[in-house]
Design a protein around this ligand. Structure first.
Ligand SMILES: Nc1ncnc2c1ncn2[C@@H]1O[C@H](COP(=O)(O)OP(=O)(O)O)[C@@H](O)[C@H]1O
Ligand SMILES: [Mg+2]
Length: 272
């Protein structure tokens, strides 16, 4: 007779919480005297898509930028608390921000290719990283352009200025530029919001294809998009004088039955 007992290993696998790629503890971002966001203890599961949602001005961009210390480059910005990646606090002053940004890439709202050719946009970061062999660079450029679905569109015109590409193509090139350095984590700040609906759909499809190979943290103001792509959800809000994280967890569970009244109201479109 066949046993109906579920093997212990699969029970453990199903119930174990996912490993975390990033964990923040009591994170706060200040700009001079202004506290943009405080008390953020965010959990980002490995190799999943985490969507950060919330109304404008609640600190989503500030938190995202702090994760690879791009906030270091903003005059007057100050980040406190902890950001743990592989158990190390990346806010530790001796932590090398250049190595961090290689590991944690970022894509911005508005496509921002370098004013160079398509190929040079990808070649330059590889040279900077010390990849001396031209054949290796060419191979990695082709592979990453295939990964973002651009190769067939640009293979015959790699020397064309990148800024002559359409907005959606430019954004996919910027994603390729982040991926060419083989990061583990990709941060994306409203990557579709400057694109037309068709280009936005293509980039959204690409983000979904990255699931499983990369840890993706995407800020989006598009709740439908968050519902479609997110495995994990973090909901931000402005409380008093600063932004805060009000709720986080598996996306489906939060969309179906949010624990916080403010999340329920936001998801229903009853506020902001
Ligand atoms: N570079 C900056 N200098 C001063 N204040 C800033 C800067 N960037 C953001 N802020 C302020 O921090 C708060 C949070 O902004 P932001 O992180 O951009 O929110 P969101 O991305 O959710 O719209 C806002 O009050 C905003 O005006
Ligand atoms: Mg923002």
């Amino acid at each position: 007779m066949k046993s109906t007992v579920t093997p212990i290993r699969s029970v453990v696998a199903e119930s174990a919480p996912p490993a975390l790629a990033i964990q923040t503890k009591d994170l706060a971002v200040h700009y001079g005297a202004l506290c943009a966001v405080r008390g953020v203890s965010l959990q980002v599961p490995q190799q999943q898509i985490t969507a950060i949602i919330g109304p404008s001005g609640c600190g989503k961009t500030s938190v995202l930028s702090s994760l690879n210390r791009l906030t270091d480059l903003i005059p007057g910005a100050r980040v406190s608390g902890q950001i743990l990646i592989d158990g190390a606090d990346v806010l530790w002053p001796a932590y090398d921000p250049v190595a961090l940004r290689r590991r944690v890439g970022k894509v911005f709202q508005k496509p921002n290719p370098f004013p160079l050719s398509i190929a040079r946009n990808l070649d330059l970061p590889l040279r900077d990283q010390g990849v001396r062999n031209a054949d290796e660079r060419a191979g990695r450029i082709e592979a990453v352009l295939r990964r973002v679905g651009l190769w067939d569109e640009v293979a015959q015109r790699l020397d064309m200025p990148a800024q002559q590409l359409s907005g959606g193509q430019q954004q996919r090139l910027c994603i390729a530029r982040a991926l060419v350095l083989e990061p583990d984590i990709l941060l994306m700040d409203e990557p579709c919001s400057a694109l037309d609906p068709i280009a936005s759909g293509v980039v959204e499809g690409l983000i979904e294809e990255l699931r499983g190979d990369y840890t993706v943290v995407v800020v989006t103001h598009n709740l439908q998009q968050a519902r479609r792509i997110a495995d994990h959800l973090a909901v931000f809000w402005t409380s008093g004088d600063a932004g805060c994280l009000v709720e986080q967890g598996p996306a489906g569970a939060i969309f179906d039955s949010p624990k916080q009244a403010i999340t329920a109201a936001y998801l229903d479109g009853r506020c902001c």
